[in-house]
Write a new protein. Structure first.
Length: 134
């Protein structure tokens, strides 16, 4: 759960940092990325930077959602059976996210989503069927 909150916080920081182009090719690419507006139909004209920001913020929100749901269920002391089912759903979702991160991103998000997945798997396999104790 803590890793979900940490990942959401760390990843949301990237929404406020603008990369600095280091050469002419990067400057031209950055300018196009932030200024060229593609007609997406229905009156929507977005830059690739807009789309990237939307997708990037959604990753932070998914991590936050997972952490908040897990924290709520632990606080309410739901049965281990329910918690195990929710954990399995988390394993499936964050397993998919990890696969996407592993193929399309770079080291920090790969490591963070990998750690999330490992801890969820450990939680899933160690939960017993009796009711959780405080």
């Amino acid at each position: 759960m803590a890793l979900l909150f940490l990942t959401a916080a760390v990843h949301s920081l990237s929404l406020f940092v603008s990369p600095t182009p280091e050469n002419e090719a990067e400057r031209m690419l950055h300018e196009l990325f932030t200024t060229y507006q593609k007609d997406l139909g229905g009156g929507f004209h977005r830059t690739f930077s807009d789309l990237f920001t939307a997708l990037s913020s959604c990753f932070s929100f998914v991590c936050l959602l997972g952490g908040l749901i897990n924290a709520y269920l632990l606080k309410k002391k739901v049965s281990a059976e329910i918690l195990r089912g929710i954990t399995l759903i988390n394993v499936i979702v964050f397993g998919g996210i990890f696969a996407v991160m592993a193929f399309f991103t770079f080291l920090p998000p790969i490591i963070l989503t990998g750690l999330i997945l490992v801890t969820l798997l450990v939680g899933y396999f160690t939960l017993r069927s009796e009711t959780l104790q405080s």
